[in-house]
Design a protein around this ligand. Structure first.
Ligand code: IMP
Length: 424
């Protein structure tokens, strides 16, 4: 397979884990390029369910090399826990994992700062973070005060962390939180390093060699375009570049080595956490989508907000990512609906918007302009090809393709690996 960047096109939870799992057999290397353990990629293999937060989904495939790139922020204890869990479940890790020594570390104080900031916010300003410390960890990276995975292997690590905690504890105390004990954090990090230490190394020459040797790489995005720090619904976003550009800065693989960008998009829309969501449904249709789609956050268990497909968002997403092809997911969730709406434009203060406004207050006031299509009210999960789908389902998908200008490559009609229709 060509070197492919896989990105979530909406607010995350598009079903990326499943699509990566389907594509992984066709690639040599799977690399995560941003985010941290705020992500939760759910993969169902037979009757087994795996939820991966930091490990690339390729870990579930024997023989696949996986890389945690420099753009990821890593909570050492969480990663050690995930590695141990996979081992207990019989998944061989061997030398298949490489963790970039340049990836920044998420320490317990980042989580504490995340929680303090959220608690201090006015209700309407709360972001609804996963409280995993992601924002503060990326903040430290940009402020040039962060520690990186390579530092865990440095004999000076205890001193580096102790020094850093001077400022951190002053900030925590100023925010009314308890200071943290440096010695405890050092012990915790050292315990985790016993598990993850052997995997830490320089991922840049490794990926360069993979490219030179003609190996195929799948770049695994986390979260989604509307959570991107630059292109998302700022400030209700995560703290990394979850769009396609992040694949280069988060791995060191240059742009001219990327062949294809694949957008993963649900056939409706969901969002976890706070922030504007023009097509949100707070009625029984929203409840049906949540129920049929089992829409609960894989990381926090929070119920996801649900709404109609938003073609304004999808077009914008295609614009900033350059999607070559869609992987559309969860079509089966719409099976019971009599009619289905698609948002084709927004209206705000008497003006029509065909693209996503940059100003958050404008977006908050936008109302959707809908067109309506008939539903199919027939189960689709056993359809083995696009041709097998009920005509109304085909029409719906074709309309999404038409409205977004991106062709369809994969259509998912159920959680299992087998419920994945390849159109390419
Ligand atoms: P943070 O990434 O924990 O700082 O959270 C910022 C926002 O991104 C919140 O609205 C979260 O709910 C959302 N978010 C972060 N990671 C994910 C994800 O993997 N899926 C969906 N939403 C996410």
């Amino acid at each position: 397979m060509a070197n492919t960047v896989l990105v979530g096109a909406q607010w995350g939870d598009e079903g990326k884990g499943k699509i990566i799992d389907v594509l992984a057999p066709e690639v040599d290397v799977v690399v995560r390029f941003q985010g941290g353990n705020n992500a939760g990629h759910t993969v169902k293999v037979g009757d087994k369910k795996y939820v991966l937060h930091l490990l690339p989904s390729g870990m579930l495939h024997e023989g696949k090399q996986c890389v945690i790139g420099n753009g990821v922020v890593v909570d050492p204890a969480a990663l050690a826990g995930e590695i141990n869990e996979l081992r207990e479940r019989g998944i061989e890790i061997g030398d298949r994992l490489l963790i970039s020594d340049r990836a920044h570390i998420v320490f317990p104080y980042h989580g504490a700062l995340d929680a303090c900031r959220e608690a201090a916010c006015r209700e309407d300003k709360k972001i609804g973070t996963t409280k995993r410390g992601i924002g503060p960890a990326y903040g430290d990276k940009m402020s040039r005060v962060g520690l990186r995975m390579g530092d865990l292997l440095d004999p000076e690590f205890p001193q580096l962390l102790t020094e850093r905690m001077g400022e951190v504890n002053r900030v925590l105390e100023a925010m009314g939180a308890e200071p943290l004990d440096a010695a405890k954090l050092i012990t915790g990090a050292c315990e985790a390093t016993r598990v993850i230490g052997p995997f830490i190394g320089d991922s840049i020459p490794f990926l360069d060699a993979a490219v030179r040797d003609g190996k195929s790489i799948l770049f695994e995005g986390a979260q989604g375009t509307m959570l991107d720090i630059d292109f998302g619904s700022y400030p209700f976003v995560t703290s990394s570049n979850s769009t396609a550009g992040g694949a280069c800065t988060g791995t060191g693989v240059p742009p001219n080595k990327i062949d294809r960008v694949l957008g993963v998009i649900k056939t409706y829309t969901t969002r976890v956490g706070e922030g504007p969501f023009p097509t949100e449904l707070t009625d029984e249709v929203g409840e049906l989508l949540a129920r049929e789609g089992n829409e609960f956050g894989a990381t926090t268990g929070r119920p996801r907000r649900c709404g109609w497909f938003d073609a304004v968002l999808a077009r914008y997403s295609a614009m900033v990512n350059g999607f070559d092809v869609w992987a559309m997911t969860k079509l089966d969730v719409l099976d019971k609906l009599e009619t289905i709406k698609i948002c084709v434009a927004y209206e705000c203060d008497g003006e029509r918007y065909d693209t996503m406004p940059g100003n958050i207050r404008t977006l908050q006031r936008c109302t959707p302009v809908y067109e309506e299509m008939p539903g199919w009210q027939t189960p689709t999960c056993d359809c083995a090809s696009f041709e097998d789908l009920p005509q109304a389902a085909k029409n719906y998908v074709k309309r999404l393709v038409e409205l977004t200008g991106v062709k369809l490559g994969i259509l998912s009609v159920g959680a299992q690996r087998k419920s994945t229709l390849r159109i390419e």
